[in-house]
Design a protein around this ligand. Structure first.
Ligand code: DON
Length: 620
C-alpha cells in the first residue's frame, strides 16, 4: 500500500497529487449549495470541509484536504448493502423484490412498480430499505454487525456508527418509515418494517472519511478485492450488478447527465460524500457537505467532472484492445528449449520446428483480448501440431476467455494436435473451467508445464522422434561418440579414453556446485544433466540441459574461474571425467589432440552462442 498525501516529503511530487491539490485549491472557494438539514444533525457540518481521494487498483492512495474528516456515509451505503444482499440471496430473489430501472426521480421518491410494489431500483430510499430487508442475520444487531464488517472490508479500516446522526435520522425519518410500511403493504418487506427501517438508518449513519470512500470505490473498481488490504469484500461476480445500478441510478435525477458528462458509475450521499468508480482502474472519493438541489455535493461533482476530463476517465471512451494480450509468439524453429541439441537435431528443429508455436499472453484476458489470440491460433492452426499457451504475464482471466481456450483444446484434440499450458498456476479459474468442461478427459488433453522451457523440450522430443527415425533424447553413447572427440583419429580417442575416469550419479544429485574450483570437465555417456542458477527468489532456473555425447564443465577448465552454476543429474547419469592436469599435460604429450579438443570446445561454445543470439532476436 502506498499513501501519497501533501506531506509525502518526496523530492519529486506526484503529478497525480499535484493535480488533486490544484483541484482542491480551485474548488475550495466554491461556496455554492446548502448543508442538508432534514436530518438535523447533518446541519452541524462545517461547510468548508473538503477532501479528495483517488485510489488506484494497484493500491496507491492519493489524498488531499480534509480526507480524514469523519462524516456519515448516508446513501453511499446503498450500493454496498445491495452487494451484500446479492451475496446473501442471489440475483433472482433480489430482482423479485427490487427492480433496476432508473426513475429520474429524487432519492426519496416513493417510486414503486404498479401492481408488484417493487421499488424501481436499489439506489432510491425505497429500494434501499427493501435491500436492508434482504440482509441475512438472526437479529437486527447481527445484521448491522455484518454490514459494519462488510463496509470495513471495503474501507480497509474499522468503522463505527455515528450515534448522534443515527438518533437524529431515526427521530425524523417519518418519510422513510412510510416507505417501509408501503413496502410491507406490497409484501416487499415480509415482516415488521420498523427494524428494517432502523437498519437502513444505521447503515446511513456509519461514519467514514473521504479516504475510506476512495478505498471503498477502488475495491469496486478492483472486482471486489480491496487493493490496499488485499481482502475480498464482495464476490467478484456481483460487482457488475452493483456498478450497473450505480451507473444507471446512482445519481438519481442527475444520473443521465452524470454518465453522459463524467462517465463513471457513482453514488452520492446527503452528508456530502460522493464516490465514482472506473472499473479496472481506480476509485474516487470526494467529501464536501454543500449540496445542490438534487442532494449531490456541489464540489464533489465539479471535482469528478474535472478528473474525468483531465485524466480521460470516461468509461465509454476506451481505446481498442488491439493485440495487447499477445505479447509475443514464436515457433520451435526460431527458439528452442535449453536442451542442447546435436547438429542433426538442430537441423531437424529448424526444418520442422515451425510445427511448435508458443503464444506469450499478457494482461487481462477477457473475450476481446483472448479473441485476438484465438483468432491468430485458428488462422495458423494448419501449421501447428504443438500449441503452447504461456500465462506467465496474465493478470486476470474471465470465464469467456477460459471458454475460448477450452474450445481450442477441444478443436486441437479433434485434429490430433497438442495444447500445452505454461504458468497456468497464475490462472486458477482457467484450470477449474477446463476441469469442469473436460471432466475425465482433462488429464489427457490439458498438459501443464511450469515454464516454456520444459514445454518446448516436451514438444521437441516428440517432434524429433517423428522427424529422425529411432531418435531418442537420452540414448547412451560410447566414448568415440563424444562430441569433444569429433574429427579425432581412433588412436587419439584411445589415448584420451585412457585418461578418462568413469563416474555415475543418481537422479537429482548435484554434480557441480557454483563457486567450486574446476578440476575436470565431464563427458556425458548416459542420462541427462541440467545447468541451474539460483534466482533471487531462491528457486532454480534451468539454463541448459545436456544429452549423452555432450561435454559440460569445460568453461571453467578454459578460463580457470570458479564454477558459475550448479549442474544436477536429471536421471541416472554416467560421465567420463577428463582432469585439468591431464588436459593441460596434452599440450606437451599430444599437442595435436589438445588443439583438436580446443577446436571442438570452441565449436560447442559457438553453437551455444548462436543459439543465445537467435533467441535474443526472437525475444527482443
Ligand atoms: O434516507 C435518507 O434520506 C438519508 N439517510 C440518505 C439520503 C441520501 O444520502 C441521498 N443522497 N444523495
Amino acid at each position: 500500500m502506498h499513501s501519497m498525501s501533501t506531506k509525502n516529503g518526496l523530492a519529486c511530487s506526484s503529478p497525480v497529487l499535484d493535480y488533486l491539490e490544484q483541484l482542491h485549491r480551485e474548488n475550495a472557494a466554491v461556496a455554492d449549495g446548502k448543508l442538508a438539514s432534514y436530518i438535523p444533525e447533518l446541519a452541524k457540518a462545517n461547510p468548508n470541509w473538503f477532501g479528495i481521494c483517488l485510489v488506484t487498483t494497484n493500491g496507491v492512495v492519493y489524498e488531499v484536504g480534509d480526507s480524514r474528516q469523519p462524516f456519515t456515509i448516508q446513501s453511499i451505503s446503498k450500493p454496498f448493502v445491495y452487494g451484500l444482499a446479492l451475496e446473501d440471496n442471489g440475483r433472482v430473489p433480489v430482482l423479485e423484490k427490487i427492480s433496476v430501472e432508473p426513475t429520474g426521480d429524487a432519492f426519496n421518491s416513493i417510486s414503486l412498480e404498479p401492481g408488484s410494489g417493487r421499488p424501481r431500483n436499489p439506489m432510491i430510499n425505497a429500494g434501499a430499505i427493501a435491500t436492508a430487508g434482504l440482509i441475512a442475520g438472526r437479529t437486527p444487531r447481527a445484521k448491522f454487525k455484518r454490514l459494519l464488517e462488510t463496509f470495513a472490508l471495503y474501507a480497509g479500516s474499522e468503522l463505527t456508527l455515528d450515534e448522534a446522526v443515527y438518533r437524529s435520522e431515526s427521530e425524523t425519518g417519518h418519510r422513510n418509515r412510510a416507505i417501509g410500511h408501503m413496502l410491507r403493504n406490497f409484501d416487499i418487506l415480509t415482516g415488521d418494517p420498523t427494524p428494517v427501517v432502523e437498519l437502513y438508518f444505521q447503515q446511513c449513519s456509519i461514519a467514514v472519511t473521504c479516504r475510506d470512500l476512495g478505498i471503498m470505490a477502488a475495491t469496486l473498481a478492483n472486482r471486489g478485492l480491496n487493493p490496499v488490504t488485499g481482502k475480498q469484500a464482495i464476490r467478484g461476480e456481483y460487482v457488475e450488478s452493483v456498478l450497473s445500478v450505480m451507473g444507471s441510478c446512482g445519481m438519481y435525477d442527475y444520473a443521465g447527465e452524470w454518465i453522459y458528462k463524467i462517465g463513471m458509475p457513482a453514488k452520492s450521499g446527503v452528508a456530502g460524500g460522493l464516490i465514482a468508480v472506473l472499473p479496472g482502474q481506480l476509485g474516487i472519493g470526494v467529501f464536501s457537505p454543500l449540496l445542490d438541489l438534487r442532494g449531490n455535493s456541489v464540489r464533489g461533482i465539479r471535482v469528478c467532472d474535472a478528473l474525468s476530463r483531465h485524466f480521460d476517465l470516461h468509461l465509454f471512451n476506451r481505446p481498442g484492445v488491439g493485440k495487447s494480450a499477445l505479447r509475443l509468439n514464436f515457433t520451435g524453429a526460431e527458439l528452442n528449449s535449453s536442451r542442447i541439441r546435436t547438429p542433426q537435431e538442430n537441423d531437424a528443429l529448424r526444418k520442422f520446428g515451425s510445427a511448435i508455436k508458443v503464444y506469450q499472453l499478457q494482461g487481462n484476458l477477457n473475450f476481446a483480448t483472448a479473441e485476438v489470440v484465438v483468432h491468430d491460433v485458428v488462422d495458423s492452426a494448419d501449421s501447428i501440431d504443438y500449441l503452447v499457451l504461456d500465462f506467465r504475464r496474465v493478470l486476470s482471466l474471465n470465464e469467456s476467455a477460459a471458454g475460448l481456450f477450452w474450445q481450442i483444446v477441444c478443436k486441437f484434440s479433434e485434429l490430433g494436435k497438442s495444447v500445452l499450458f505454461t504458468y497456468a498456476d497464475r490462472t486458477p479459474l482457467l484450470r477449474r473451467y477446463l476441469k469442469a468442461k473436460l471432466g475425465n478427459r482433462y488429464e489427457g488433453l490439458v498438459r501443464l508445464f511450469p515454464d516454456n522451457d520444459l514445454a518446448l523440450e516436451w514438444c521437441e522430443t516428440r517432434l524429433l522422434e517423428a522427424a529422425i527415425p529411432g531418435h531418442r533424447d537420452d540414448s547412451a553413447v560410447a566414448p568415440e561418440q563424444f562430441e569433444l572427440f569429433n574429427n579425432l583419429t581412433p588412436g587419439a580417442i584411445a589415448t584420451l579414453v585412457t585418461l578418462l575416469k568413469r563416474r555415475t550419479y543418481h537422479a537429482g544429485e548435484v554434480i557441480i556446485n557454483a563457486g567450486d574450483q574446476a578440476r575436470e570437465m565431464f563427458l556425458l555417456a548416459r542420462g541427462s544433466v541440467s545447468v541451474m542458477v539460483t534466482l533471487g527468489s531462491g528457486s532454480r532456473k534451468r539454463l541448459a540441459t545436456f544429452a549423452p555425447g555432450m561435454t559440460f564443465g569445460e568453461m571453467a577448465i578454459i578460463d580457470r574461474a570458479p564454477r558459475s552454476a550448479i549442474i544436477v543429474a536429471d536421471s541416472e547419469v554416467e560421465c567420463h571425467l577428463l582432469s585439468l592436469e591431464d588436459f593441460d599435460r596434452l599440450e606437451e604429450s599430444h599437442p595435436d589432440i589438445k588443439i583438436r579438443l580446443l577446436e571442438n570446445l570452441c565449436l560447442g561454445f559457438c553453437r551455444n552462442l548462436r543459439k543465445a543470439n537467435r533467441e535474443l532476436r526472437v525475444l527482443d
